[in-house]
Design a protein around this ligand. Structure first.
Ligand SMILES: [Mg+2]
Length: 305
């Protein structure tokens, strides 16, 4: 069949998160919101975010309508379309990402998936803006009518596996948030490819979780093992992301040791935090990751972007 990869040649399914894995916003959501609605986002953020979290299937229209009940239906739809497009327009795709996805797409051994949290139409506005459907065989947004569950809920990974038509041991999840994307996938028997293109986040979390296991291999090796992107391993790629240090593949049989490592690391950090607070400082505070107001917890907004 034209345009379809033959099932018997597919060896691996690689599923990507979207926000901060493939793309990133260049301005804060507040600015875009202000432009579209002419009021500060902070004045309505509770209602906006509350709708996203309480109604997993809410579309942009529903979110606008619940935030601005007095707005006419036609204007609400217009605003929903506008916020979707304007938010998409302020995103950039990571350097080299297109080449990387193209290389994977042209390899008949890979089937590609996109798995992103958020309202279906608003996330798909971004997908469309970047013409991502040409790279991905399966695209799932948590707010899609037939989905309604968000990462890290394992159910959304099971839905993806089913739509990919591949067993867990053939699947890999690529994402920037360990707890939300990598660990749930690994627990289901997938491989996990944790990337941290956001330098702020690298500082915050990579040392806490990075596996030192000698069994870890780099994505280049994964690609080389396919015998088909031999001339262009990841040095082409979607990075600038410091491929050498930040792209690590964890194969499914490492899952137990990874989880132990994370639990041990987290326990140690909590212990240190308690000791630090008790003996050294009363001013220390943990700044929570800012939440992307449009996408819920889909993306982290970098303060300097
Ligand atoms: Mg992300």
């Amino acid at each position: 069949m034209k345009g379809k990869k033959k099932a018997e040649t597919i060896k691996k399914g690689i599923v990507f998160d979207m926000d901060y894995t493939l793309i990133y916003p260049t301005v804060k959501f507040d600015k875009v919101f202000d432009k579209v609605f002419n009021i500060p986002f902070s004045t309505v953020s509770d209602q906006w975010l509350g709708t996203i979290y309480s109604q997993p299937l809410a579309k942009g229209y529903d979110i606008v309508k619940s935030t601005f009940p007095e707005m006419s239906s036609s204007e609400a739809q217009e605003k929903a379309d506008a916020i979707g497009l304007e938010w998409a327009k302020v995103h950039n795709i990571y350097p080299g990402c297109v080449e990387f996805l193209s290389a994977l797409k042209s390899n008949p051994q890979y089937k590609l998936g996109l798995l992103t949290n958020g309202p279906s139409d608003l996330q798909r506005a971004i997908v469309e803006y970047f013409d991502m459907s040409k790279y991905f065989d399966v695209i799932i947004v948590s707010g899609d009518e037939d989905v309604g569950v968000r990462k890290p809920n394992p159910e959304v990974f099971r839905i993806m596996a089913q739509k990919m038509g591949l067993p867990a041991e053939s699947l890999f999840m690529v994402g920037d948030v360990m707890e939300k994307e990598i660990l749930p996938a690994v627990e289901l028997g997938w491989g996990g490819i944790w990337i941290t293109p956001n330098t702020e986040q690298i500082v915050k979390s990579s040392n806490e979780h990075k596996s030192k296991s000698s069994d870890s291999i780099k994505l280049q090796d994964l690609l080389k093992s396919s015998h088909s992107i031999q001339d262009k391993p990841l040095s082409i790629s979607w990075s600038d992301i410091e491929v050498e240090s930040e792209l690590i593949v964890r194969t499914p049989d490492q899952s137990n040791s990874i989880i132990k490592y994370v639990i041990l690391g987290a326990t140690a950090l909590i212990g240190l935090y308690i000791i630090y607070n008790k003996f050294f400082s009363h001013d220390y505070s943990v700044e929570e990751n800012p939440i992307d107001p449009l996408l819920g917890d889909t993306a982290l907004i970098s303060e300097e972007l």
